[in-house]
Design a binder for this molecule. Structure first.
Ligand SMILES: Nc1ncnc2c1ncn2[C@@H]1O[C@H](COP(=O)(O)OP(=O)(O)OP(=O)(O)O)[C@@H](O)[C@H]1O
Length: 570
């Protein structure tokens, strides 16, 4: 651009000079003409003016043209400048790209350097190893004075070196082979690890399958178990003979009562020497030598049904002094069904039950046995088929000591008196009730069953007990309610339309347990004594008639899940 400006300026100067020269020459000519002619001064003046005007016009035109050309040059320069800017931008971008390339190449170079260093280190190590191998193969040479050059010795040495080289190569190939072997072993190990992983997965799947099968099996087993119980009958009768004082198993025949184990060929019977009658009772037969533990084990399947949501009732029936209280409550060191069943729920099935309640029916009045402030007798509230006793104390039991303590408190508060037949005869019916909640881990359903444990007062013949006064009143009330119970069973036996539950408070309270959808277990307790034969016969007749009662299919009380915390599991 500066060149073109210079050219324009030069053009301008040349034109200007030419103009000036032309004008000056014309002027000189004219002046000369005028000086010599002295005639045309006005022409001279106008010519001068014209000349100056022409010079001015030319000058201005040239200046204008120069300016226009300069503008063009400037525009051209601007274009060029923009192009250059663009080029600079491109170059900057390329520069940054190249810088990136340089940094990545630097990194690559660094890593290559590192790799090289590693390789060198490996190489060094390998060299070291070779050296050490050579050293191990070649015994350390002692610095010996240089012998005179001996060609045979030199040959020997060169042969030794050759051998050493050969052994070195052998060692290297051995090391290579060992390395390859190790690689192969590693591959095999990897394969075996993968294989064992696959086997483990298969085993896990198999285990899961087995678990689901087990769950199905458990459901089936449970339903079959309940069906078996239904087939066996929802009322089961067990006979237990009290241990006679001074008697043992061998002299039982002298006592005229024999209870033999059940089998189809040899049914259970009680042989009384003068009656020779048979009475049918369920297995397991409880003979003289049966322990409390065995008695409980016999009833355990029925009691366990409670956790499955069934209402279960255990009754002990028999003449006074035949061992009902012993069977149900038992002595401290050998507890009966009451305590063992609660312990079973707590320990084995981890069942969760409502607080325990205990009441006695004494002379047709209901007394709370666990209350700390005895008040007026309680009343039964009937709501459809369910019975409740408002105001009855419920005690929460947590430990085994609580269970035993609660049972002992109730037992202490129960009315007992000494009679001619039993030193400590129960004068009332005892009812222990607990509601057991369970949760089926397979189906997730929660269940609620009620367990009623009933120790009935003993039936007594007034002629034998020779009861008088209060004992007589008690005996009459006991016999009346036991008769009502027998009537209920008789009505149930012949499927009567009306079952006389309301004939006594005992049968009214037991109605939910005897009204068809519950499971019932009756102990008929008998005495081994000859003098009690008539009562034994009567008790066995009761048991036999109870056994002929067929309650309808027991109903399970299922509840929506997770309604209660700490559910029992079975
Ligand atoms: N199987 C047995 N083994 C040892 N002793 C027994 C057995 N059964 C009962 N007894 C004893 O017989 C006596 C009377 O038993 P228990 O009080 O249990 O009779 P009961 O049927 O409850 O009488 P009641 O109806 O008058 O209350 C008690 O001293 C008891 O210890």
């Amino acid at each position: 651009p500066s060149e073109s400006v210079t050219i324009i300026s030069c053009e301008f100067v040349v034109i200007l000079c030419v103009c000036v020269c032309v004008c000056v020459s014309f002027k000189l000519v004219i002046q000369h003409t005028c000086v010599f002619n002295h005639r045309n001064i006005s022409l001279h003046r106008s010519f001068t003016f014209f000349t100056f005007f022409a010079v001015f016009w030319v000058t201005t035109e040239c200046a204008h043209r120069a300016l226009l050309e300069r503008d063009l040059v400037i525009a051209d320069l601007r274009d060029k400048l923009q192009k250059k800017h663009k080029e600079v931008d491109t170059l900057l971008q390329r520069n940054s790209y190249l810088l990136g390339e340089v940094s990545s190449s630097t990194d690559a170079i660094h890593s290559l350097n590192r790799h090289l260093a590693e390789l060198e280190a490996d190489h060094q190590e390998a060299q070291e190893k070779i050296r050490s191998l050579r050293a191990s193969t070649v015994p350390p040479t002692k610095v010996v004075p240089k012998p005179a050059l001996d060609s045979s010795r030199l040959r020997q040495v060169s042969g030794l070196i050759r051998r050493l080289n050969v052994s070195n190569k052998q060692l290297q190939s051995t090391a290579r082979h060992a390395l390859e072997d190790m690689k192969k072993q590693l591959e095999q190990l990897k394969l075996s690890v993968e294989k064992s992983g696959r086997v483990q997965q298969e085993q896990t799947a198999e285990l899961e399958e087995l678990r689901s099968l087990y769950r199905k099996e458990a459901v089936q087993r449970k339903s079959l178990y309940n069906k078996l119980q239904e087939l066996q009958g929802n009322i089961r009768v067990f006979c237990r003979c009290r241990k006679s004082s001074g008697s043992n198993l061998s002299n039982i025949r002298h006592r005229n009562v024999i209870i033999t184990p059940y089998s189809k060929k040899n049914p259970v019977f009680v042989l009384l020497s003068h009656l020779r009658s048979n009475w049918d009772v369920d297995e397991p037969v409880q003979s003289l030598c049966v322990s409390q533990e065995e008695v409980f084990t016999g009833t355990l399947p029925v009691i366990t049904s409670c956790v499955d949501g069934y209402n279960v009732c255990i009754l002990a029936y028999g003449q006074t002094g035949s061992g009902k209280t012993y069977t149900m409550m038992g002595p401290k060191d050998d507890p009966g069904v009451n305590i063992r069943s609660q312990q079973n729920f707590k320990v084995y099935s981890e069942a969760d039950w409502e607080p325990v309640s205990m009441l006695e029916i004494y002379n047709e009045t209901l007394n709370d046995l666990l209350t700390k402030s005895p008040g007026a007798p309680l009343e039964i509230r009937v709501q459809g088929k369910s019975m409740s006793v408002p105001g009855l104390t419920r005690v929460q039991v947590q430990t085994e000591a609580d269970i035993v303590g609660t049972m002992e408190t109730g037992e202490r508060n129960r009315r007992t008196a000494s009679t001619k037949m039993n030193i400590q005869s129960s004068r009332s019916h005892l009812l222990v009730a607990l509601e057991v909640d369970g949760v089926d881990k397979v189906s997730g359903l929660t269940t609620r069953g009620t367990l009623t444990l009933c120790d009935l007062a003993g039936s007594e013949r007034l002629s034998r007990t020779e009861a008088e006064g209060q004992r007589l009143v008690e005996a009459a009330a006991i016999n009346k309610s036991l008769t009502a119970l027998a009537q209920v069973f008789a009505a149930l036996k012949c499927n009567a339309l009306h079952i006389p539950y309301r004939n006594s408070k005992l049968t009214l309270l037991l109605q939910p347990c005897l009204s068809g959808d519950a499971k019932c277990c009756v102990f008929v307790n008998v005495s081994p004594e000859q003098k009690d034969v008539m009562e034994t016969v009567s008790t066995l007749q009761f048991g036999s008639s109870v056994r002929q009662v067929s309650l309808s299919r027991a109903a399970q009380n299922l509840q929506p899940s997770t309604s209660r915390s700490n559910k029992a599991s079975k």
